[in-house]
Each structure stands twice: as C-alpha cells, then as structure tokens.
Design a protein around this ligand. Structure first.
Ligand code: SAM
Length: 293
C-alpha cells in the first residue's frame, strides 16, 4: 500500500492506493503531528468520520472509531482459547491497543512488547491516551528492538502467546512476514502455545494471506484464519492467522474457557461477544477462494 496526506483545493485528504489502481480517500479536519523516525513517517490527523488517526508511511494504522474491532480480536481470541495464558509476547503494537486489551485478563502476569520504533510509542502516549495508557501497567515490559532479532534470541518455550501486531509488509514490518520470523515465534512458544499474526486482507494483499496460511500450516497442527471489520482500512476488513501447537482451538469448551470474561467486560467491548466468538473461525467464501489459490 502507498498513501499520503495531501491538500486538494482547500481540503485535506488521506489517500491510500491499493491493491493497484484503487484509491481509498478520507477527508481530514486537520493534521496534528508529522515527524520522520529512522523507520517511517509518523502522522496524526483528525478525520471527519473515523476520529483521530495514527498514520504510518501514509497508511492508517489506527482510527479511534474502529480500533477496538482490531485490538479486541487480535488480543482476546488467542487469550480466551488458550488453557492458561500467563506470559505474552507482542511484536509491534506500539499504539498500545493490544496491550490495553490483554491486561483485562487476570491470568496474564507478564507482557513483553517489542516495538522497533520508540517514536510510535511516544506519539501514541501523547495523542492516543485511550490506547497507550496501558503501558503503565506493571505487567507490561517495553523493548525497543526489531521483533525479528528479539524472537531470534528469546528463550525457547517462554511464552503462552505470541501476538504479531505489525504494520504492512512494505516498511519495517517486512521481516515479520517471513518464515524465519514465524519459526522463531513458534520456538518461543510453550508446548500449548498459540501464535496470532496480522495477515492482511484478501482484497489488498491476497498473496500475503495465502502465503501466511501455508506457512502456518507447515509450522502448526492447528491453523485458523479469522477476520474482523475495520471500516477505516482499505477494503474494510483484516484477517489474523492463528496457529496452535497442541489443543485444537476449535474444540475448546467456550463457556468454560471464557469464564466470567463477558459478564465483567461485555459492556465495554465494541466487537467481540459470545456469538462472535463461537463462530470466529467461520470463513466466508471469498477468503476460502484466496486461500485455495
Ligand atoms: N493495527 C495496525 C495495522 O494493522 O495497521 C498495526 C499497528 S501497530 C502501530 C504496528 C507497529 O509495528 C508499528 O508501530 C511499527 O513500528 C511496528 N513494527 C513494524 N515492524 C516492526 C519490527 N520489525 N519489529 C517490531 N515492531 C515493528
């Protein structure tokens, strides 16, 4: 994807180009921040329809209005399906939304978040307190490092969950879509561990979704893609790839596994509920076709 914030007449727009010939255009009220880190351009803008946006290299990474749809699904699906999640590794996720969701789970006692770009975290703390407020939780340990290097030297079997909350594969996120990285993630997982990775959209990066599915199928006995709706992203949806090392996540006793999660948190969730959870691995036909190739 390629994108940019630019003026057209008197109005300001964010335009993202992709797959190849289509443009997603969002009208903006104002640009609040622009800086260039060693890794990417970082912008914060106020939009008319989706609230405040975090834009990395011209692409929406977070929109206030629908970010919960993404963060709830990347964080709670693996956490609720794991028998006893305690130590979690998050790669990327510098806006803080994934960590905000993870700390709702009392069984999680340690979270390592590995973000390559410290400026993303600084900007998120300043402009997105609703997401980045959770970095203060004592269970959260932030490492400013490349996720590929971190997982390459991490202790084997150390984590119940590894969650790859990456940006697109164009910029610094490129290495997070490779076999070497996924193999390292699997090695970091305990014997009943679960890996979840942001795996793009069948309309924007169909080959990434298919390749990630095939790669996970080589590495894990249980592989399930699942999606969430994020209207501010081009094509309005994004998939996650889940790989389970031991138990088949499809067969877990959901009421027992979820315990009182929904009675405690249900009213503050925006996307996930027990019915969404019970059908989370139901794939629409357009995605099944992409996976078949
Ligand atoms: N929800 C988002 C999306 O799909 O657009 C992802 C958001 S989060 C901001 C993505 C983060 O991944 C960025 O802050 C980026 O700096 C980080 N990232 C990219 N490549 C990385 C790498 N190799 N190691 C660690 N973090 C990385």
């Amino acid at each position: 994807m390629q994108g940019a914030i630019r003026k057209d007449g008197t109005s300001l727009y964010l335009e993202e180009v992709g797959p190849e010939h289509s443009i997603t255009r969002m009208r903006l009220k104002k640009l609040i921040h622009r800086s260039r880190s060693p890794f990417q351009q970082i912008e914060v803008a106020e939009s008319y329809d989706y609230g405040r946006l975090l834009v990395l290299d011209g692409c929406v990474n977070v929109a206030e209005r629908d970010e919960a749809n993404y963060h709830e699904m990347i964080a709670h699906i693996p956490t609720l399906l794991h028998p006893d999640p305690q130590r979690v590794l998050v790669i990327g996720g510098g806006d803080g939304g994934t960590v905000r969701e993870l700390i709702r789970h009392p069984s999680i006692r340690h979270i390592d978040l590995v973000e390559i770009d410290r400026e993303v975290i600084a900007v998120s703390k300043k402009y997105f307190p609703g997401l980045a407020g959770s970095f203060h939780d004592p269970r959260v340990h932030v490492h400013y490092e490349d996720g590929v290097a971190f997982t390459g030297s991490a202790v084997s079997g150390d984590y119940s969950l590894v969650i790859v909350d990456s940006s697109d594969p164009d910029g610094p996120g490129k290495g997070l879509f490779t076999r070497t990285f996924c193999e390292s993630c699997r090695r970091c997982l305990s014997e009943d561990g679960i890996l979840v990775a942001q795996s793009e959209s069948p309309y924007i990066f169909p080959e990434i979704l298919r390749e990630t599915y095939n790669l996970f199928a080589d590495l894990f006995p249980h592989v399930y893609p699942y999606r969430t709706m994020v209207p501010s992203y081009p094509s309005g949806q994004i998939y996650f790839m889940l790989g389970g090392k031991k138990d088949d996540p499809q067969n877990v006793d959901l009421p027992m596994r979820t315990g009182n999660f929904f009675s405690v948190h249900g009213s503050s969730l925006s996307y996930l509920n027990p019915r969404v959870l019970s059908t989370v691995f139901t794939l629409p036909e357009d995605c099944r076709r992409v996976l078949r190739g």
